[in-house]
Ligand binder design. Structure first.
Ligand code: GDP
Ligand code: MG
Length: 273
C-alpha cells in the first residue's frame, strides 16, 4: 500500500531496546506532510507506547522536521528517558580473517539483515545510534577488508579506535589463530594508552556448528581461553540468525564506558563502628 500523494509512510521503531530490533516489529505510520513534527512525535509515541522525544534516521542522524524524511523511511524514536550524554560517540573496528563474517555481522547490526554475499574487498564505515542501558550513543563502525596482509593497513584500521571486535569463525580453526597479529598490533599501537581500548572476541557462525556439530573446530572453552588471554569478553554470534550480534556491540560499548567513567574509587579507610 502506498501513502496518498500528500502523505508519507514511515516504519517507526523504538530505538534499540534490550529486546533487540529483530524481536520488535516496526509500526507503520502514515502522516500528512503538513502535519507538525510535534504531532508526528505524539502519534509515533502512541504507536510505540512511549513518550516520544527524539527521532533519528537509520543512519543515526537526528531529525527535527518531516522535511528531512523520505517516504518509507525507517525512523527510530527515543523516549524521554533515553537522553544521550552529549551524544557519546564510539569508534569501533571489526577485525579478523577474510570470510569470518565481519561484514555480515556489521550489516546485521546496523541494518538488521543478513547478507549472503558481500563483496569481500569492500571496506566501509557505518553509523548507528543505539540505546545501551538507557543511554543513547552513536557507534561509528569500521568494517575492514584486506586482501593483502599489509601491516600498515591494519595499523590504520586500529589507530584511534575506542574498541575492537575480533571475529573468528567457529567452523574454521585457522581463523582463531589469525586474530593474534591483531592483538599484537593492539599491544604495540596502544602501549602508551592508559587505559587501552577494550576488545570483544566474537565467535561467529554459531548457527553452522549448532546445526552440524561435526563442523565445530573451535570449542567454546578454547574461544574463552583466547579471549581471556586478550583480556577480552567472549561472545558467540550468528550473523545469519542475529543471535548475540547486538549483544557483542553493546558489551563493547559497556566496556568502553567502564574505562571512560571508572567507578568512584573505594574509600581507602574503613571505620569499624
Ligand atoms: P568477511 O570477509 O569477514 O567480511 O565475511 P562476510 O561477512 O563477507 O561473510 C563471508 C561468508 O560467510 C558469506 O557468505 C556470509 O554469508 C557467510 N556468513 C557470515 N556470517 C555467517 C553466519 O553467522 N552464519 C552463516 N551460516 N554464514 C555466515
Ligand atoms: Mg567483508
Amino acid at each position: 500500500m502506498d501513502a496518498p500523494a500528500d502523505s508519507k509512510r514511515f516504519f517507526v521503531r523504538r530505538i534499540n531496546d534490550e529486546a533487540g530490533p529483530s524481536q520488535q516489529q516496526a509500526q507503520v505510520l502514515v502522516v500528512r506532510t503538513r502535519e507538525s513534527f510535534a504531532n508526528f512525535k505524539k502519534r509515533a509515541g502512541e504507536k510505540l507506547n512511549i513518550k516520544a522525544e527524539r527521532v533519528f534516521l537509520q543512519n543515526g542522524a537526528e531529525i527535527h522536521s518531516l522535511a528531512e524524511t523520505q517516504n518509507n523511511d525507517v525512523l527510530y524514536v527515543a523516549s524521554a528517558g533515553m537522553q544521550p550524554r552529549q551524544q557519546e560517540t564510539f569508534h569501533l573496528s571489526v577485525l579478523g580473517a577474510g570470510g569470518v563474517g565481519k561484514s555480515a555481522l556489521t550489516l546485521r547490526f546496523v541494518r538488521d539483515y543478513f547478507v549472503q554475499y558481500w563483496d569481500p574487498t569492500i571496506e566501509d564505515a557505518y553509523r548507528k545510534t543505539v540505546d545501551v542501558d538507557d543511554v543513547l550513543c552513536m557507534l561509528e563502525i569500521l568494517d575492514t577488508a584486506g586482501q593483502d596482509d599489509f601491516d600498515c593497513l591494519r595499523a590504520q584500521w586500529m589507530a584511534d579506535k575506542d574498541g575492537y571486535i575480533l571475529v573468528y569463525s567457529m567452523d574454521e580453526e585457522s581463523t582463531l589463530k589469525e586474530l593474534q597479529p591483531f592483538f599484537d598490533l593492539h599491544l604495540q599501537l596502544n602501549e602508551n594508552k592508559n587505559p587501552m581500548p577494550p576488545i570483544v572476541v566474537v565467535a561467529n557462525k554459531y548457527d553452522i556448528v549448532k546445526q552440524d556439530p561435526s563442523k565445530l573446530q573451535v570449542s567454546t572453552d578454547r574461544g574463552k581461553e583466547i579471549a581471556a588471554l586478550y583480556n577480552a569478553q567472549y561472545i558467540e554470534t550468528s550473523a545469519r540468525t542475529g543471535q548475540g550480534v547486538d549483544e557483542a556491540f553493546k558489551v563493547l560499548v559497556r566496556e568502553v564506558r567502564k574505562l571512560r567513567d571508572p567507578p568512584a574509587p573505594k574509600p581507602k579507610w574503613c571505620f569499624l563502628l
